[in-house]
Write a protein that binds this ligand. Sequence first.
Ligand code: MRU
Length: 346
Amino acid sequence: MSPRLQPALHAVWWDSDAVGYIDQRRLPLELIRARASGVDEVVSAIASLAVRGAPAIGIFAAYGVALARAQHTDDDGFRGAAARIRSARPTAVNLAWAVDRMMAAPEGAHLDVAREIHAEQRAIDRAIALTGAELLPAEGSIITHCNTGPLATGAGGTALGIVIEAHRAGKRLHLYVDETRPLLQGARLTMVEAERAGIPATLIVDGAAAATIERKGIACAIVGADRIATNGDTANKIGTLGLALAAAHHRIPFYVAAPRSTIDFALRSGEEIPIEERSAGEVRAFGGVPTAPTQSDVYNPAFDVTPGRLIAGIVTEYGVVRPPYTDGLPDLASRPSGAFALRASA
Ligand code: MRU
């Protein structure tokens, strides 16, 4: 390992009687390690994006439910607390998935199950990284959107985990990173994680993605997901759809990487995915500095839905699912989530 490389940042952890997390709002200026010692703080950390990224939210919520169990002796209070955590954000299905799994945990086993969910994610991310790295060229430029590395999964990362693994395996890749307005997860987080992993990376504004594909000879695009319907329609950070359309126009493959826990087997299409709309303030200003007239009308959806027909493959811990997704994705419903990966890595 070159001396300039730094270990991945741990997004979330159990901290004695609280849930520890990196406050991702403060990166890259400050690396703040914080503690959520009650349910209010857990909900607020998720809603404010101090902890963000679909799998990381799920793990953090799982620890939050373990915390709620320890703090509520009455079942009604516990169930109410868990319901509040479950609804802290609407789009990433990993949040509801993790809370539901925690609610099915035997009495006294909540912290063990939260730890299990976290450990499984490490094994899942490893499986996704190894499989997905095969899809990337031996040499060339690729593009990504938002942040899908260790900060986003509490483990090794999904789409960025694939890029990290391919780089580690000797592929000579150059990563173009969309800044990801309005909260700049690409600029603030992916650029940090790429640098720590020693991956050559170039930051672009979101509006430059199509021109970058055209002018920089991009070989493929790879992103993560917040919720995938059974027809392959994929909700991910706002701007993903534009990147997928640009990739289709330039006839380069557009890949999605996500664990099975991000697939919503109850949904037939992306039209059913709830899309979070966030405050106007996120667009009218950044870091307290106005970026528009203070009363500007604003539309601020946090996610968009990329149709499955624009996606060349979905990398999961069970391998790459290819179109038609209505065949391959529902098949995964009968496979155990996470437990497979834990066994596989044992
Ligand atoms: O609003 P965010 O930052 O939680 O959105 C995150 C994304 O859209 C990620 O791409 C997605 O959660 C996948 S993380 C592996």
